[in-house]
Design a binder for this molecule. Sequence first.
Ligand SMILES: [Zn+2]
Length: 179
Amino acid sequence: MAKSTKNLRFRMTKQQEAINKRMREEIKLQRRKQLWQKRRSPIKGIGLFATLPIRAGTPIIEFKGRVIPWEEGAIMLLRGANHVIKFDAKHDMDARPQWSPAGYVNHGCYPNCAIKKKRGGLWLTSIRPIEQGEELLIDYDFDLGEEFEPCRCGHPRCRGLMLRRKDWPKLRKLMSKVL
Ligand SMILES: [Zn+2]
């Protein structure tokens, strides 16, 4: 009996430690100066911009929204939505900007950010060092079955369409049949 009580206390302490660690991280993130700012983008509509130089691998802002079955996400994408992101193997997240300004992030063919999982959430995360004032961009990675749009990211090697690289040969094949 005494032994099991001791074990229980040990487990709770461990749990408490984990909670404390999470809280400390949370406070650190909250106290940190906001790394992003939203404003009109030369690429499209409203975009997100770095307010400070950002190191590679920094979580910048969390995506928030409804977690939905991937089938529902696929239908939304077909109807032209561009704020649906992959959550896990079976779910998407409808991450429209009304729930988090992260949803404003624009597409770029050579992006400086990607969406990464952190503490159960999805974060816009830098994948290379970013200069102050640079627009934060991710690769939307739309596939051929989805509603993809022309790209105006302005990169010298812009692909011209928000279509993922591996679907280009398929598109060329389709085009050669049509033309
Ligand atoms: Zn582009």
